[in-house]
Design a protein around this ligand. Structure first.
Ligand SMILES: Nc1ncnc2c1ncn2[C@@H]1O[C@H](COP(=O)(O)OP(=O)(O)OP(=O)(O)O)[C@@H](O)[C@H]1O
Length: 233
């Protein structure tokens, strides 16, 4: 069996006396498309931050690309984050006074490993070539999210972590951004973990998990069956 690119075991997060994640375990194989759904306040953003090495769990074990993240220094964690993970956020998180190309190249700059040809390829494949010199304020929401996807893939990560990637997009744009995320996932052989409360995303993912009160469970089989065959309802 192929080793997972991400394996979290019994992850717990307690903040100011409140348990936010209560023993979450998750395994992401290299070719996975995993969706974590859950209602507001269930702990989705906290899980995203923990899996993305943006905040440490209070306890539990997290392995990314075979490395025990809890055994790393902050500097080593930042290095692992930069080279192994790519992030896509609901609000794009582009820097306003940098052009699209400069935004997308930031991970390469931070890693000290420039690869302008790869960025050019990404802009072409994402259909945003020609927009490289524009600033975020002059781009549509869908174009901004494509720049953010280019940034996420700039260092050829093992995993893309996306937090509500379509949350600020109209339905048609959301659909085309998702198409692109999946086609880029396939062509770059990157695992994809999407965190969202949007049930519309569910049909695209082979692995669906549900977070409720800080605990992760497999998506309810009865709901999946109902969605697959609506004519039998
Ligand atoms: N630093 C913190 N200290 C105390 N409570 C926190 C902290 N961070 C988050 N929480 C609480 O933990 C719970 C889960 O928060 P989280 O942001 O992870 O949920 P979420 O599922 O992403 O919600 P939403 O979909 O509304 O963004 C919430 O009740 C939140 O108020």
């Amino acid at each position: 069996m192929t080793d997972p690119v991400l394996a979290g075991t019994d992850l717990r997060v307690t903040r100011r006396g409140t348990t936010i994640l209560d023993g979450v375990s998750i395994t992401v194989p290299p070719d996975a498309a995993t969706l974590v759904q859950g209602p507001s306040g269930a702990g989705k953003s906290t899980l995203f931050n923990v899996l993305g090495l943006l905040e440490p769990p209070s306890s539990g074990r997290l392995e990314i690309d075979g490395r025990d993240a809890s055994a790393l220094s902050e500097r080593q964690r930042a290095g692992l984050r930069r080279t192994t993970l790519g992030f896509v956020f609901q609000d794009f998180q582009l820097i306003g006074d940098l052009t699209a190309r400069e935004n997308a190249s930031l991970p390469q700059e931070h890693a000290g490993d420039r690869d302008p040809e790869w960025l050019e390829t990404l802009f072409e494949r994402l259909g945003i070539d020609g927009l490289e010199d524009q600033y975020p304020a002059t781009l549509s929401g869908g174009e901004k999210q494509r720049v953010a996807i280019a940034r996420a893939l700039a260092n050829r990560p093992e995993i893309i972590l996306a937090d509500e990637p379509t949350g600020q997009l109209d339905p048609d744009t959301a659909e085309s951004v998702l198409d692109l995320l999946f086609s880029m996932k396939a062509s770059t052989e990157t695992a994809l973990v999407v965190i969202s409360h949007d049930p519309q995303l569910a049909k695209r993912f082979d692995e669906r998990l549900f977070i409720r009160d800080g605990t992760l469970v497999a998506d309810a089989p009865d709901r999946r069956a109902a969605e697959r065959s609506p004519e039998t309802r």
